[in-house]
Write a protein that binds this ligand. Structure first.
Ligand code: SF4
Ligand code: SF4
Length: 300
């Protein structure tokens, strides 16, 4: 079986302990309005076109059999309705204005690639992180890759939204050293509106991870009006302290740097409707969590 991967990021410092390689798997079953990886959402590869990087050389035109690219008065016109996302044009764009991130590879081939940086992992206490999208949407591939990593002595982390069947977690848990997941909102209606899904399965899975004795890094992406209220933070703390053995949370500042990705993919830009988290709000959220008994990890 081959996994569908949209990016492999080597020498990553933000996706778990030490120096890591992060493998981003395609497809997501949530639609968080503040998503920073909109290119991960579709299970199928998409062509991204960054107009600001385009030099107007026109080379891509002759490599598009679908007639999706034309030039008018020296300006490139890209008709997305004619584009079939074959990715051919991206191979010829030296300006990197056309990008087509798509890899399909077996778990064996992936782990062989991951092992190239083993010396860095070993020296820094790092390893491999599977992210997405939702990596569990490719469960068979994920678990096979995790098993091979484990056999190769690689530390494994999985970044998941946990909106997945509990059996998938049980199956994967023996091969995962660290689960990384968000707590987005405790109010179910608010969670549904913001992400398109209920939080019930997610909360049940957090409890399950605790029961399994799994190591977890819990993050709260601070979204103004969704989860920065005292009511939500108190409910978050109470849930963790009452229902689980997890006592640490890492609040994350929201930033809006990824808005150009939406335009490049022809998607509605839902991210620009949000404000970046300012220092004052960040400190306030940290203080409230601490007041309710949660140990806060400051994100640097
Ligand atoms: S090849 Fe790239 S830089 Fe040249 S016109 Fe096409 S998109 Fe623009
Ligand atoms: S991805 Fe394929 S169909 Fe779409 S513009 Fe490029 S060459 Fe044409």
């Amino acid at each position: 079986m081959k996994g569908k991967i949209f990016n492999i990021q080597r020498l990553s410092y933000h996706d778990g302990p030490g120096i890591r390689t992060t493998v981003f798997l395609r497809g997501c079953n949530l639609r968080c309005a503040w998503c920073h990886n909109p290119e991960s959402q579709s299970p199928k590869p998409q062509l991204a076109y960054y107009r600001s990087s385009c030099t107007g050389c026109g080379i891509c035109i002759e490599h598009c059999e679908k007639g999706a690219i034309t030039i008018n008065d020296g300006v490139i016109d890209y008709d997305r309705s004619k584009c079939e996302n074959c990715g051919n044009c991206a191979d010829y764009c030296v300006a990197n204005a056309r990008r087509y991130e798509n890899r399909e590879m077996t778990a064996e081939a992936l782990v062989k690639l991951l092992l190239k940086d083993k010396a860095y992992y070993d020296k820094s206490g790092g390893g491999v992180t599977f992210s997405g999208g939702e990596p569990f949407l490719q469960k068979e591939f994920l678990i096979e890759a995790l098993q091979l990593c484990r056999e190769s002595g690689l530390h494994t982390a999985v970044e998941t939204a946990l909106c997945i069947p509990s059996d998938s977690l049980r199956e994967a848990a023996p091969y995962v050293d660290l689960f990384m997941f968000d707590m987005k909102a405790m109010d179910d209606d608010a969670h549904r509106k913001a992400t398109g899904a209920s939080n019930k399965q997610i909360l049940a899975n957090i409890k399950l991870l605790s029961e399994l004795g799994a190591d977890g890094l819990i993050r709260i992406p601070i979204v103004k009006g969704l989860n920065d209220s005292e009511e939500n933070l108190k409910a978050t703390a109470e849930f963790l302290l009452r229902e689980t053995s997890f006592t640490c949370v890492e609040p994350l500042k929201l930033h809006t740097l990824a808005t150009s990705k939406y335009d490049s993919l022809g998607m509605d830009d839902t991210l620009s409707g949000f404000e970046s988290t300012d220092d004052e709000t960040y400190t306030c959220v940290c203080n409230m969590l601490e007041a309710y008994g949660i140990h806060v990890i400051i994100n640097k």
